[in-house]
Design a protein around this ligand. Structure first.
Ligand code: C2O
Ligand code: CU
Length: 378
């Protein structure tokens, strides 16, 4: 009974089909809108509401999207695990939404982990000798966590933007809200189960904050198969050593405006539905631009750029080597200064925002223009 739009997170489609409420009017309850686009890139993506997100997101308006490679590597099985944390009250209803306090400061965190919309873990069987592809999507509102696999020999083969040039062995990887990782999973010799786990900070009974593992997917090892080695397409990404033509800074912040919390990018806020929005920067398609993101509010901001990919160059000026691959979302932790390199190629008007709904809907949102396009208004 509410209006909505659908955003295809990560897909480099046209801005008209992107579901941005800055570009399209929300679809009224009972009305229909046909999204019509051609998927340009293979990879693991997702779709979600982009309207009244604080509530619609928490209530589950999201799902995974898989775009297969033109010559897709063959696996014994492919699995998709969409992770969310929902906050339920004592009657197992979605708990009331808060307008102040930690939910606004840090973003709403749940009290129940979901895997594909059901109480985690999802369960499966995996035969000895199998080589599987597990596509992991984080649809949490704010919760970032570590990912690891027990009982498996695992490599990371893809990030937000698809297959990486050089798969790497997974011991643990951090996943922020909105990010995706594809894992190549083989049962370890002698393992009885292979378990995908989230490593999450929780307060224990002694009041200490400790990191604890929570199972997301529990695969029992049963049976045996012989699998062929998957053949990955050759992927070459643009060099991160290119000299950027410009170096921009985007400062994430917040303030209290007559007692109302407002979040900002470079001091400005965008509110959906108010007709006015901020154009942060304009890009020439393909030009290498470095952007340094920083924050002085909240524990973390998973920052997302619509319709484009980028690479993560540095954290606090130190080159990053463990976050390779094309991304559309990057975690800005604490007071970190994170530098990304974009060669935005997809023309149009694109949203950039923190993926924590409490932040984006309170202003931590803007548009960028790529190419010679007029800004639309809604
Ligand atoms: Cu997944 Cu504008 O967001
Ligand atoms: Cu944020």
């Amino acid at each position: 009974d509410a209006p909505t739009t659908v955003h295809w997170h990560g897909l480099r489609i046209t801005d008209q089909m992107d579901g941005s409420p800055m570009v399209m009017s929300p679809i009224a309850a009972g009305a229909a809108f046909t999204y019509d686009f051609v998927v340009p890139d293979s990879g693991t993506y997702w779709y979600h509401t982009h309207y009244h997100q604080i509530e619609q997101f928490e209530r589950g308006l999201y799902g995974a999207l898989v775009v297969h490679e033109a010559r897709a590597p063959v696996f014994s099985a492919e699995r998709v695990v969409v992770i969310d944390d929902i906050r339920l009250d004592a009657d197992n209803q979605v708990a009331p939404f808060q307008n102040s306090g930690p939910d606004v400061g840090a973003g709403r965190v749940g009290n129940l982990l979901l895997a594909n919309g059901r109480k985690a873990p999802a369960v499966a069987n995996i035969p000895r000798g199998a080589i599987e592809r597990w596509r992991v999507v984080s649809a949490t509102n704010a919760l970032g966590f570590g990912l690891r696999v027990r009982g498996g020999v695992v490599r990371v083969i893809a990030t937000d933007g698809g297959i990486v040039p050089a798969p790497w062995t997974l011991t643990r990887v951090e996943i922020a809200s909105g990010q995706r990782y594809d894992l190549e999973v083989r049962p370890e010799p002698g393992a009885v189960e292979v378990v995908l786990e989230a490593l999450i900070f929780v307060t224990n009974s002694a009041g200490q904050v400790v990191e604890s593992p929570f199972p997301l997917l529990r695969a029992s090892v049963a049976g045996e198969v012989t699998a062929q080695e998957p053949v990955y397409p050759t992927v070459v990404l643009p060099s991160v050593d290119a000299t950027p033509t410009r170096h921009l800074t985007w400062e994430l912040s917040g303030l209290s405006d007559n007692g109302v919390v407002r979040f900002t990018i470079n001091g400005q806020s965008t509110y959906v539905g108010e007709g006015e929005h901020v154009t942060l920067d304009t890009f020439t398609p393909g030009e290498p631009v470095a952007i340094t993101l920083s924050a002085d509010v909240s524990p973390a901001h998973p920052f997302h750029i619509h319709g484009q990919f980028f690479q993560i160059l540095a954290r606090n000026g130190v080159p990053v080597t463990d976050e390779p691959g094309y991304r559309d979302t990057v975690e800005i932790r604490g007071r970190d200064k994170v530098t990304i390199l974009g060669r935005f190629e997809n023309p149009g008007q694109w949203m950039v925002h923190c993926h924590i709904s409490e932040h984006s809907e309170r202003g931590m949102m803007a548009d960028i223009l790529v190419g010679d396009v007029p800004a639309h208004g809604h």
